[in-house]
Design a protein around this ligand. Structure first.
Ligand code: SF4
Length: 246
């Protein structure tokens, strides 16, 4: 792959559709590695399989051990529906055991979510992304006004890449609204997590996710006991002004 210039990619494709962005990313990298959270970002899998051969589309999911039963069932349903392998990644059992042994199963309510997310999400993600040139995420600007308002369709991922092994993040849904995502899901009969029918909008781990009321922003259903504005779990730490994992 010739060196990738994210600024140029943004200039050339910022007005393109998510499908066109994925196609351009596939042309640039020769493969697509997708992060699937078990929520509405399944749209990316549907789109990727329309622009790239199945063997060039790599899907992974992070199993924190604390997901809803519905999310586990949904990940399995997506695997069967598309006939793809989903690389499910788990946290280091010793690190989980040490945290739970020392602080219990719900330390995040008391100490904040960063420590638990660091062990259950960020470390497994770092291991999965090691050595990769790119990954595709389902981030959108409208998901979190506090942290994602300046999101770009392509970014240098300084959080997980390094100078020796640069990593780029492609965010094809940057300019889509939640409504556009759901129009696509309905139009193309894309499978979705049944929790969405019960008022869950942004879906994460079971103890840290709750339904939102009409008019509430979707991120208000995540880590609701913490202050608004910095609600990232560390997967997209570069969205935050500080580089500390959050
Ligand atoms: S979302 Fe909650 S349960 Fe899941 S890893 Fe983060 S703090 Fe832990």
């Amino acid at each position: 792959m010739a060196s990738f210039d994210p600024n140029r990619f943004v200039l050339e494709h910022d007005q393109a559709t998510p499908k066109e962005i994925l196609r351009a990313a596939y042309q640039a990298f020769g493969e697509l590695t997708l992060s699937f959270s078990g929520a509405e970002d399944v749209v990316l899998i549907d789109l990727a399989l329309k622009v790239a051969p199945k063997e060039a589309v790599h899907v992974f999911a992070l199993d924190t051990g604390r997901l809803h039963p519905e999310t586990y069932a949904f990940i399995e349903r997506v695997r069967e529906h598309y006939g793809i392998a989903i690389d499910v990644r788990f946290p280091d059992p010793e690190a989980v055991q040490a945290l739970v042994g020392e602080k219990g199963l719900f330390s995040f309510y008391r100490d904040g979510h960063q420590e638990c997310c660091g062990i259950r999400k960020v470390a497994p993600l770092r291991a999965r992304l090691a050595g990769l040139p790119m990954w595709v995420t389902g981030q959108r600007r409208d998901q979190s006004p506090g942290t994602r308002s300046s999101l770009q369709i392509a970014e240098h991922d300084h959080g997980f890449g390094s100078e020796a092994s640069p990593l780029y993040k492609i965010n094809p849904l940057t300019h889509w609204s939640s409504e556009e995502v759901w129009t696509y899901i309905r139009m193309f009969d894309v499978p979705y997590n049944p929790l969405h029918e019960r008022g869950f909008v942004s879906i994460g781990c079971e103890p840290c996710t709750r339904p939102t009321l009409p008019g509430q922003h979707e991120r208000e259903g995540r880590w609701w006991w913490e202050e608004q504005g910095g609600k990232e779990c560390g997967l997209h730490a570069t969205n935050l002004p500080s580089s500390a994992p959050r």
